[in-house]
Design a protein around this ligand. Sequence first.
Ligand SMILES: Cc1cc2nc3c(=O)[nH]c(=O)nc-3n(C[C@H](O)[C@H](O)[C@H](O)COP(=O)(O)OP(=O)(O)OC[C@H]3O[C@@H](n4cnc5c(N)ncnc54)[C@H](O)[C@@H]3O)c2cc1C
Length: 402
Amino acid sequence: MAKNSSGDGPHFVIVGGGIGGLAVALSLSNAGFRSTVLERADEFTEIGAGIQLGPNSVRALIHLGAWEACKKTVVFPDRLLMRDALTKEEITQVPLGEKFTERFGLPYAVVHRADLLNSLLGECQKSDLITLKTGQSVTVVEQGADSATVRTEDGGTYAGDGVIGCDGLWSTVRPLIVDDGKPLVSGHIAYRAVLPPEEVPEHLRQQSVILWGGPHCHLVHYPLRRGEVWNLVAVFHSDRYEEGWDAFGEKDELDKRFAGTCDDVQTMLGKIDEWKLWVLCDREPVKEWSKGRITLLGDAAHPMLQYLAQGAGMSMEDAVCLAGCLKETGGEVVPAFAKYPTMRYLRTGRVQTMARIYGEFYHAAGVKSELRKMVLSNRSAEATYNGMAWLYDPIPEVPAID
Ligand SMILES: Cc1cc2nc3c(=O)[nH]c(=O)nc-3n(C[C@H](O)[C@H](O)[C@H](O)COP(=O)(O)OP(=O)(O)OC[C@H]3O[C@@H](n4cnc5c(N)ncnc54)[C@H](O)[C@@H]3O)c2cc1C
């Protein structure tokens, strides 16, 4: 293994302690490498909303060693049900139970973001090779021939053999590597909220992911934490632009965008007084996101719209892949960082591209919504599974579990 000046193996500075940052700290540790995670917020935390985990995400979590902890908190939905938000008509349903698990070897799960983050955090805290630091906002990243250094807002300096930018959509590290300006504003906004189960009408209180697709909008809801809470995400087209994850949504705008939707959708939306909003952004896929001793991971490398529910999954796959590349080079940072995006960019680029297309489908209006029904309503479960195999089946960088 490559040695650094202190005589130990390489040490990595990880910028950002979200799902991607903690996942890569864990995968590096599993491979015997040391890291320091620098998180800007005062604690490692995620907002109260859901994350869907396809079998590929579960596979990555198993490789990371965090699935056993995570599994205790998840819900395994029985199906994905898609209905027309105007007419209530069923468009399609995909069984996610036994048949699905048999096909992909692993289940489909939904998890509270905080529970996912805490499973990763808990495993990180058990490792002597990981140092976790909060309240550290990185402002400058530099590299020399033998090392890379970051500086923080409060004057701190952290040096390592490599820096991994896991600092999300509005990454500070990315401009050092990719010259593509600000993220692309999609014109789609997500409002999110959680509901206690007793507030969910009984006929909708199912262990299913239910998606109501409407013209230029959709609503999705599903249970979290063994059904202790219901996750709601309402998405619609809007010009509003707000950076970050902490702005409040305006109820009037939501009512306007979902006007004309069926009573079930109106009932669910009517239950919530306060919504948090996300302005949904992505970027065009790029193929190079490493330069020397600096690389990117997760949303900093390949931000995507959420319509395939894969951003967190992709960041965890990146983490497994990057540690694998480092293992292969015996800890030599530059060749490992150079190889890692070459193993990832076509897959993450495909998800970025397909997510946009799925968004079009969810929000179809007029003839497009008729087309949606025509294409989806007669598909067998097998045909749907085969269509998802590129995403859910094992891949070389995150192979099947023995
Ligand atoms: C509405 C919505 C629904 C989604 N649903 C799903 C889903 O079902 N399944 C799925 O897999 N994905 C989903 N995603 C995507 C997923 O949330 C993201 O892809 C994932 O959180 C990316 O993780 P990350 O660690 O790369 O970035 P982030 O989660 O953005 O984490 C970045 C971290 O870096 C920190 N940071 C930022 N700048 C600095 C700095 N300068 N110094 C130090 N720290 C810094 C931040 O505080 C943050 O903790 C969804 C996204 C949205 C918007």
